[in-house]
Design a protein around this ligand. Structure first.
Ligand SMILES: NC(=O)c1ccc[n+]([C@@H]2O[C@H](COP(=O)([O-])OP(=O)(O)OC[C@H]3O[C@@H](n4cnc5c(N)ncnc54)[C@H](OP(=O)(O)O)[C@@H]3O)[C@@H](O)[C@H]2O)c1
Length: 295
C-alpha cells in the first residue's frame, strides 16, 4: 500500500515509517517542513501529489503547558489540522489513521477507560485533541482514531524537546544519589515501536473506528522508574515525591489507563505488558548507543 506518514521525524512517526517499510509498504514520510496540517491548501497540495491509500497522522501540538498558553494555536493544529486531513482523506478516498490521547479523559473513573466511556478533558491539549477526533469521525468515512498514552521510543519526543522519561531517569541517577518521582499519576507506558506494529496491523483490517492502543497493565511514574532502575541494575535512592513537591501548572488526569477493548474484541490486540516493552527498549539501548538528544 502507499502510505503517507505525517510527523515522520517524530518519536512515533519515525517508528511508523520503519514499521510500514518492514511490512513492504511504499512509505512517504512527511515532516513539518513538508506539510503544515493546520493549512488546508498545504494539506491538499502535498497529499494530492502523493495520492496515498492510507494517511497516518501523528502531528500535533502536544506540549501541555504550551497548549494551555496558546489555545488558538493548539486548536489550529490538533482540531483544524485533523479536520483538514479528514477532508482530504475523504476526497482522495484514503483511509485516515489519526493518533489521539488518553488526556481526553479526566481520570476520575479510577479503572481502565474503554472506548465507550464519555471523555471529559481537563486541559486545552485534551480539549483540542478531542475536537480533532470528532472532526475525523464526522468527516473521513474510513478512519481509525487511535488513542494512546505515555509514549517512549528510540527517537526523542520533539514537542517535549530532549530525552524520554527512561533516559531522564538514567541521567538523573548518574548525576545524583537520589531521584524523586511522582507516585500520584497512573499511566500505561507504551513503546512507540510496539504501537507502530499495532498500527500496521490495524491498517490491514477494515474494522474502522475508535481504538485504545496502549501497553497492557499500568503503573505510576514512580513505579515505572523503579522498574527502569531494577532492569538496568542502577544503584540510586528512589523516593516517591510528596503530593505538592512537583505542582502541576496545568490540570492533568491522575489516572489515564486505557483498556484496548476494541482491539481485543476484534482479535487485533498485539500489546504485551508494559514491563516487556520496557525490557525490549533497554535491550536495544545496550546494543546501540543511547539515543540522540535534540539539537
Ligand atoms: N508523547 C506522548 O507521550 C503521547 C501520549 C499520548 C498521545 N500522544 C500523541 O501521539 C502523537 C505523536 O507524539 P510524538 O511523541 O511522536 O510527538 P513528536 O515527537 O513531537 O512528533 C510530532 C511530529 O509532528 C510534527 N508536527 C507538529 N505540528 C505539526 C503541524 N502543525 N503540521 C505538520 N507537522 C507537525 C512535528 O514536527 P516539528 O517538531 O518539526 O514541529 C513532529 O515531527 C501526537 O498526536 C500526540 O498527541 C503522545
Amino acid at each position: 500500500m502507499k502510505i503517507a506518514v505525517i510527523g515522520a521525524n517524530g518519536q512515533l512517526g519515525s517508528d511508523l515509517v520503519s514499521a510500514f517499510q518492514d511490512n513492504g509498504d511504499a512509505v512517504q514520510g512527511l515532516t513539518h517542513a513538508d506539510i503544515e496540517i493546520a493549512d488546508l491548501p498545504s494539506v491538499k497540495r502535498v497529499l494530492e501529489g502523493i495520492q496515498p491509500q492510507v494517511i497516518v497522522n501523528t502531528a500535533a501540538m502536544h506540549h501541555v503547558e504550551n497548549c494551555e498558553r496558546e489555545p488558538e494555536k493548539a486548536f489550529a493544529a490538533n482540531a483544524l489540522g485533523a479536520r483538514n486531513l479528514a477532508f482530504v482523506a475523504r476526497d482522495l478516498d484514503a483511509v485516515l489513521m489519526h493518533v489521539s490521547t488518553d488526556y481526553v479523559f479526566d481520570g476520575g473513573k479510577g479503572s481502565p477507560y474503554v472506548e465507550e466511556d464519555a471523555p471529559r478533558p481537563l486541559n486545552a491539549y485534551g480539549i483540542t485533541k478531542l475536537a480533532g477526533e470528532h472532526f475525523v469521525r464526522a468527516t473521513a468515512p474510513r478512519h481509525f482514531v487511535v488513542r494512546t498514552s505515555g509514549l517512549y521510543g528510540k527517537n526523542p519526543c520533539r514537542a517535549k524537546g530532549g530525552l524520554n522519561f527512561i533516559e531522564v531517569m538514567l541521567k538523573l541517577a548518574k548525576e545524583r544519589g537520589e531521584v524523586r518521582v511522582v507516585d500520584s499519576e497512573v499511566v500505561s507506558p507504551t513503546s512507540t515501536a510496539e504501537l507502530a506494529q499495532q498500527m500496521v496491523r490495524l491498517s490491514q483490517s477494515d474494522c474502522y473506528g475508535l481504538y485504545h492502543a496502549t501497553a497492557e497493565g499500568s503503573c505510576s511514574w514512580y513505579e515505572f522508574a523503579r522498574e527502569i532502575f531494577e532492569l538496568t541494575d542502577t544503584r540510586v535512592r528512589l523516593n516517591a515525591a510528596g503530593p505538592n513537591e512537583f505542582p502541576a501548572k496545568v490540570p492533568r488526569p491522575k489516572y489515564s489507563v486505557l483498556e484496548n477493548k476494541a482491539l481485543k474484541s476484534r482479535g487485533l490486540n498485539i500489546f504485551k505488558p508494559w514491563q516487556e516493552g520496557l525490557q525490549k527498549y533497554l535491550g536495544k539501548r545496550i546494543k546501540t548507543s543511547s539515543p540522540s538528544v535534540l539539537t
